[in-house]
Design a protein around this ligand. Sequence first.
Ligand code: GAR
Length: 188
Amino acid sequence: MKNIAIFASGTGSNAQKIIDHFRNSAIARVSMILCNKPGAGVFQIAEKEGIPSVLIEKESFFHTDNYITILKEAGIDLIVLAGFLWKVPANLVQAFPDTIINIHPALLPKYGGKGMYGHFVHEAVITARETESGITIHYVNEKYDDGATILQERCIITPDDTPLTLAGKIQLLEHKWYPLIVERLLTK
Ligand code: GAR
C-alpha cells in the first residue's frame, strides 16, 4: 500500500476527490494532509475522513528539515500539491526527487508563476480573450510552476464565459484527471 500526502491551502476540493478515489483502493491511501492556513476547509475534510492533518508553520517549513522528517517517517510515496500556494523549499524538493506533483489551473507556461493562482488565473485568461484554457499537472522543482509536464487537458472558452464559468470548467477537468494521474504515477 502506497502512502499519499496532500498539501493544500484552501477549500480542498481536489483533496476530497483524491481521498474518494482511493477510499477502497488496494494501491494507495491518503495518509496525511498538510496545510499552511489555519482554519482552511481542507482541515474539516481531514477530520471528517479521519486522516491525520498537520498545520505547516512558516519558519519551520522554510528553515528546517522538520517536515521532511515527518513525511519520511510516514513512508510517503507521493506528495500531491492541491491548491498549495507556498513555494516548496529546495531541501524538500531534493529530499523527494520526482515525488512531488502540482496541479495548475491553466496551460503552463502561460498564466503561471508567483501570484498566479485560483481566480487570478481565470481573470487573466478571460481578460486576454483566450479561446482555450485547461489544466497542467507537473512535477515540482525549486521554481514556481516550472517542473516537467505530466499532463495537460484543454477546455474551450466561449465568448460568454466569465472567470467564474471558466473556473467551473477547469474544476471539472481537475477533479476528473488529478486522481487518475496520481494513481498512474503510483502504479508505473
Ligand atoms: C485548484 O484550482 C488548483 O489548480 C489551484 O488552486 C485550486 C485549489 O482548489 N492551484 C493553483 O492555482 C496553484 N498555482 P481546491 O482547494 O478546491 O482543491
